[in-house]
Design a protein around this ligand. Structure first.
Ligand SMILES: Nc1ncnc2c1ncn2[C@@H]1O[C@H](COP(=O)(O)OP(=O)(O)O)[C@@H](O)[C@H]1O
Ligand SMILES: [Mg+2]
Length: 236
């Protein structure tokens, strides 16, 4: 599998606070890599840095072999980095369908499989609610809408920042089935999670971040058997 997204020793700050320390990892085409870590470990900061919402002070991000460090975030989105942020930014007054159509703008420079029909096939609830204002959906449904809208832009890498956070067990199960279906159609996914069970059900590889340092990287089978690592760096 070819490398598609590479973090190369990135160092990110909020003002003077140094948050990420030489964070390096590689996402390969077609895989699901999960970045795991406790609250405040640096997962969201890493995701924001990958799409250049935060520009690292040191280190580089490479996407499809190209150095994208310092690029404007809307350009990284157009190149194919599809971030679904933690805070699920849907447009509340717009209908579900309008929200979805907005997502197509990011994919103008690419061909891909995603269109309204396929989104409605993967997310039946969005088809049922297509004329409702997005703001009237439940939290879990809004999470689905944010993911679906990002897919409408045919991203080359889907970045899901803690997608299970705040979801009911039923919605977590729905999300798990969805991610497994996305894998089936070849989607490259970078996920961040604290939910170990969910991560183990959908990921091919795992990296663990702690206090802004990558502490561990392995294939999912090794991680499953590594209870000491889970105890040391994750809330178990
Ligand atoms: N906007 C911000 N300004 C200052 N510090 C922040 C900001 N956002 C996050 N942090 C700090 O950066 C660290 C990493 O946060 P974050 O990347 O959000 O962690 P995670 O997503 O793993 O929970 C934490 O110590 C957090 O308090
Ligand atoms: Mg976070």
């Amino acid at each position: 599998m070819a490398d598609i997204l590479v973090a190369d020793k990135i160092n990110s700050y909020y003002g003077k606070s140094h948050i990420l320390f030489d964070v390096s990892f590689t996402v390969r085409e077609g895989e699901t890599l999960c970045l795991m870590g406790r609250n405040g470990a640096g997962k969201s900061t890493t995701f924001k840095t990958l799409v250049m919402d935060i520009v690292p002070k040191k280190g580089k991000v490479y996407f499809k072999g190209k150095d994208i460090t310092g690029m404007k975030p809307y350009k990284t989105a157009r190149l194919g980095l599809g971030l679904v942020p933690e805070d699920r930014k849907i447009f509340g007054p717009l209908t579900v369908k309008e929200n979805l159509i907005l997502g197509t703008a990011m994919g103008k420079e690419r061909k891909g499989i995603w269109n309204l029909d396929l989104v409605y096939e993967f997310f039946p609830v969005l088809k049922d609610f297509q004329t409702r204002p997005g703001g009237t959906l439940s939290g879990g449904e809004q999470q689905m809408l944010t993911i679906a809208r990002t897919l409408m832009g045919n991203p080359l890498v889907l970045l899901l920042d803690e997608p299970t956070e705040g979801l009911s067990p039923v919605m977590v199960k729905t999300l798990k089935d969805l991610v497994l279906k996305l894998k089936d159609v070849g989607t490259t996914i970078l996920l961040s999670e604290q939910n170990i069970k969910f991560a183990m059900a959908v990921s091919d590889r795992v990296a663990i971040i702690d206090k802004g340092h990558i502490r561990y990287e392995s294939d999912i089978e090794t991680f499953k058997g590594d209870d000491a690592i889970k105890k040391q760096y994750l809330a178990v």
